[in-house]
Write a protein that binds this ligand. Structure first.
Ligand code: TYM
Length: 333
């Protein structure tokens, strides 16, 4: 291989992708593919920590691949695959489980959040989820992991476990770094802007799905919760301004203009005008992606071929890491 660095990331096919997933992750992935060897996976094994409908999970996994492609990830030069097609993820996860402490996992925000939302099903997989995620990343010796802000805690634990392992056995793993986009790393709910936008939100008005109709997208933005101050200004950390901060971040991320520039345009203007323009900008951003998606999703044979090819490459790369790990811990290889 040449000396290009390695990028790994993935998304759980646990619901329709949101604008948050696009702006926080995929948009950044697209920009990285020129300069790095990129591996982008559909993380189906992670989704079953929460009950899924099997037929839906199967359908969504391919839909996510079609969206990756529609957003501009090039299938020729990157590896895209379904996590469960590479058994090395589960194998390395088991080893890393034995090098991760209960206390570390207990501190994870996502675990606390998901176990309160699914109190009837606090399973061991939900608890050790970050270990599987560490295995995903470390198997490919990834240098960078482009994610949204909510995943940074998982990247931190991945680094800690990798460093711990390396301290015992020598340089086995590359220590990965999380990469956040400049804007859009934390897109918030449209209905409760102090909470992140999430595909599992029970209120569909709270998120923009990449699968929503264009008029639905516009409506959701126009009915986003803001405040009664009537001033379009970005105030980091001010919860009363969370709705406007969020719309400004979205506008900046979809247009590529800085937040300051956007704020200048709206001096003295009202929220109605502003929301109308944000709605239009988001629709213009998603419309071409949707058109491309509709074309690609119809071609199941093409999607299946990408997954098969991707899984072969993924297995080939990760086999080297797994062998090394097995040897280091004392398994007969
Ligand atoms: P997931 O499927 O919840 O989200 C996929 C990506 O979208 C980002 N994201 C957001 N970014 C900005 N604003 C938001 N509101 C928002 N919501 C989601 C996430 O940060 C993420 O980058 N555990 C991961 C999947 C995963 C993974 C991995 C990622 C499994 N193994 C290895 C990277 C490397 C997850 O649940 O993401």
């Amino acid at each position: 291989m040449d000396d290009k660095k390695i990028v790994f990331s993935g998304i759980q096919p646990s619901g329709n992708l949101t604008l948050g997933n696009y702006l926080g992750a995929i948009k950044n992935w697209v920009s990285l593919q020129e300069d790095y060897h990129c591996i982008y996976a559909m993380m189906d094994m992670h989704t079953i920590t929460v009950r899924q409908t099997p037929a839906e999970l199967r359908r969504r996994t391919l839909e996510i691949l079609a969206l990756y492609l529609a957003c501009g990830i090039d299938a020729e030069n990157n590896i895209m695959f379904i996590q469960s097609h590479n058994p090395a993820h589960a194998e390395l996860a088991w080893v890393l489980n034995c090098y991760t402490y209960m206390g570390e996992l207990q501190r994870m925000t996502q675990f606390k959040d998901k176990s309160s939302r699914h109190a009837e099903n606090i399973n061991a997989g939900l608890f050790t989820y970050p270990v599987l995620m560490a295995a995903d990343i470390l198997l490919y010796q990834a240098d960078y992991v482009p994610v949204g802000k909510d995943q940074m805690q998982h990247i931190e634990i991945c680094r800690d476990v990798a460093q711990r392992f390396n301290a015992i056995y020598g340089d086995v793993f590359t220590i990965p770094e999380g990469l956040l986009p400049k804007v859009g790393a934390n897109i918030m709910s449209l209905q409760n802007p102090v909470k992140k936008m999430s595909k599992s939100d029970p209120n569909p008005k709270a998120y923009i799905s990449m699968m929503d109709d264009m008029n639905v997208i516009a409506k959701k933005i126009k009915s986003a919760v803001t405040d009664s101050e009537g001033v379009i200004e970005y105030r980091e950390g001010d919860d009363t301004k969370a709705g406007i901060n969020n719309l400004l971040s979205i506008m900046s991320a979809v247009t590529g203009r800085s937040i300051d520039d956007v704020v200048k345009d709206y001096a003295g203007k009202g929220y109605g005008d502003f929301k109308g323009d944000v709605a239009e900008a988001v629709v213009e951003c998603i419309r071409p992606i949707r058109a491309e998606y509709d074309r690609i999703i119809a071609d199941k044979a093409y999607l299946t071929e990408i997954c098969q090819k991707g899984a072969e490459s993924a297995r080939r790369i990760s086999e080297r890491t797994l062998k090394k790990v097995y040897k280091k811990v004392g398994f007969v290889v």
